[in-house]
Design a protein around this ligand. Structure first.
Ligand code: WTA
Length: 631
């Protein structure tokens, strides 16, 4: 069908049905029944999932809920890597492929569960030998290579808390995360490779850890020849570090509530927050959603295009799929380099069956043209996924038609770093409504409410909330209890996610965007205040305000309004200079695409910058209530 015909069909029937044989074979054939089973006894529901995994000792209690603090599988003892590796190998997956890795030039590396097991155990032993103990923090700043994921698992093996920092972040951003976590050890690589170019990482680490005495060691994966120099006693080559270690590392016995990782994400202040996830609940929840939301079967070839520097890569590359024994494809580099056929070539090459990506990528490929995917055989695909931002119906239909050939259901998955796993989508048997994420997955009670927590009428805008604890929920913000409690204090008796949404008469939730000062550029969360503080650290900048502007491919782009200090004049060169400064402070993804110099910024009488006034003016909208505006 053409895009137009599909649009018309959608107007008539309001939704798109998953193919009959898909539903017949789905892991969850009847969403309503599964959801009902959860509602009838939430604890029993989760206990049954937990029982599918290995525990050294089972829990005494499934849930302990002291609003707003939850403990799941209280008293249970396990190790997530034993479930992801040892137990899968015992089940016969030793020589099953865990990862097909590929770079931009088509070079590949195939790693089986057995090989991954040995690599993880060796790294874990080496970390222990280096003095890393349970509870110590390790920062991982690496490209998307198998060693990156193995390093995460190695930390989990010995109970060290990993904090993965996306390799696009700059030295000050990395330094902030290393400092906040007081990391003992950093694992990095010489370079990450994107668009055929080697981007140095180790230099950034060297700068980031300058004078930080608690960083005892830097382990460097050296990929290029000649090998990058190692400086001083702190730095060691990755493969030298692990070469004499044995293939087995005794796993640390972890309490269900022992921390597994910290992942920094943007909020509405100038400082990113360290979202903390724990072991047992996270393991159970990511495992469950892998089987249900992604309908994973033993024979699937699963490809999630995220980077483990973000939560999607934690839950749906490093943990969920390995717990479920999946074979995965991972690809380093840009989606459209050397040409826009790259991803489709990879799907054909490995016979990918489940493909999970972001709307921004889909829109970019729409712009590049159908001829690219049409050159390749995509018939292996059976399920598509989307994550990170709202997917507009046009992009949804293109994805459905051109990539899925109208055969593959699409799961538009709404969730967050804080939620740990998918919360809202159309699992398996549910009809899909393009542009609407869908219904809460079994295990989740979600709603759209007003500021007092009362449900709003169908199709009216409100706040998206979750009303009952779930196993993969974050347990706290590292070193910042108050910031954690704010999620649960803003709207009575609810977790407030920060998003605005609507719910229709069928209970389908459509996420409209953020209610706070967080911008979503190409599916990446960026705090306006973080960009503003980077801007004002430039010597020419007196004041800055940042807004998100709708963009057809990226979802949003960043526009900055800047008041210059005395003696500084606007110029093209200054704009370039300021952009460069932000790149150095935060990283490329936070650089404003537009900078406008202004004489003053709209402020409230108490001196707070009113970004919404700037935004309304920029987009030609009604700025709303201006009674608090000073000028
Ligand atoms: C947005 C990414 C609409 C939302 C997993 C959320 C979405 C933020 C969707 C979290 C979706 C994510 N539809 N919006 N399917 N998925 N978002 O923490 O604003 O990087 O609050 O987690 O992305 O971003 P985060």
């Amino acid at each position: 069908m053409s895009q137009e015909k599909l649009l018309n069909l959608l107007k008539v029937q309001k939704c798109i049905y998953p193919p009959e044989d898909f539903v017949k074979n789905a892991n969850v054939k009847d969403y309503e029944a599964e959801y009902k089973r959860f509602l009838e006894n939430p604890e029993k529901f989760w206990e049954e999932v937990a029982n599918q995994l290995f525990w050294y000792k089972k829990w005494d209690k499934v849930l302990e809920w002291n609003y707003p603090y939850a403990k799941w599988f209280v008293g249970g003892k396990t190790n997530i890597t034993v479930n992801a590796l040892d137990k899968n190998i015992e089940k016969g997956l030793k020589n099953k492929v865990a990862f097909f890795w590929e770079d931009e030039f088509g070079n590949e590396k195939v790693v089986t569960y057995g090989e991954l097991y040995r690599l993880v155990n060796k790294i874990a032993n080496a970390l222990r030998r280096a003095g890393v103990k349970k509870g110590d923090r390790v920062v991982i700043y690496m490209p998307l290579v198998v060693e990156q994921i193995a390093a995460m698992l190695a930390c989990a093996r010995i109970g060290a808390i990993h904090s993965v920092v996306y390799a696009g972040f700059s030295a000050p951003a990395l330094r902030h995360r290393i400092q906040d976590a007081e990391a003992k050890l950093v694992i990095t690589a010489d370079v990450t490779i994107r668009r055929g170019r080697a981007i140095p990482l180790k230099q950034i680490v060297d700068e980031a850890i300058r004078d930080l005495e608690y960083v005892e060691k830097v382990v460097v994966l050296r990929r290029l020849q000649p090998k990058v120099d190692l400086i001083g006693e702190k730095e060691v080559d990755f493969y030298d570090f692990i070469k004499d270690e044995s293939n087995y590392c005794e796993p640390e016995i972890m309490d269900a509530e022992d921390p597994l990782f910290i992942l920094y994400t943007s909020g509405s202040t100038g400082k990113p927050k360290g979202v903390l996830h724990t072991t047992g609940g996270y393991m159970v929840g990511t495992y469950y959603s892998m089987k249900t939301v992604f309908d994973l079967k033993d024979s699937d070839i699963y490809w999630c295009t995220a980077d483990p520097g973000w939560i999607t890569g934690h839950s749906y590359i490093a943990y969920g799929p390995l717990l479920a024994g999946a074979t995965q494809v991972i690809a380093e580099g840009a989606p459209n380099y050397p040409d826009p056929g790259r991803w489709w070539r990879i799907i054909e090459k490995y016979g990918v069956t489940i493909f999970y990506t972001a709307p921004t990528a889909i829109r970019m490929f729409m712009a590049a043209g159908e001829e690219w995917p049409n050159k390749y055989d995509l018939s292996s695909l059976r399920l598509l996924g989307s994550v990170g931002e709202p997917i507009n119906p046009e992009a949804w239909l293109w994805y459905y038609r051109v990539i899925g050939k109208e055969r593959c259901p699409i799961v538009d998955t709404w969730w967050q770093t804080e939620t740990g796993s998918v919360m809202i989508t159309t699992i398996d048997s549910l009809p899909m409504k393009p542009g609407k994420a869908g219904k809460p997955v079994p295990g989740v009670i979600a709603d759209v409410v007003d500021k007092n927590g009362n449900p709003v009428e169908p199709n009216k805008g409100g706040f998206l909330v979750i009303k009952y604890p779930w196993p993969t929920m974050m347990r706290t913000i590292y070193k910042d209890k108050e910031r954690y409690e704010k999620y649960w204090n803003t709207i009575p008796n609810c977790y407030f996610a920060g998003d605005i949404a609507t719910k229709d008469e069928d209970g389908y939730i459509m996420v409209l965007g953020r209610a706070d000062d967080v911008i979503n550029v190409s599916g990446h969360r960026i705090g306006t205040m973080e960009v503003e503080s980077a801007l004002v650290s430039h010597p020419a900048v007196a004041e800055a305000a940042v807004i998100g502007k709708p963009h057809p491919v990226k979802g949003e782009t960043i526009k900055a309004f800047i008041v210059l200090r005395k003696d500084h004049k606007p110029s093209e060169k200054l704009i370039e200079d300021i952009k460069y400064h932000v790149r150095m402070e935060l990283g490329a993804l936070a650089v404003p695409s537009e900078i406008e110099f202004v004489d003053k910024l709209p402020k409230t009488r108490s001196g707070k910058i009113m970004r919404r006034v700037l935004k309304a003016k920029e987009l030609g909208m009604d700025p709303g209530d201006l009674s608090t505006l000073e000028e």
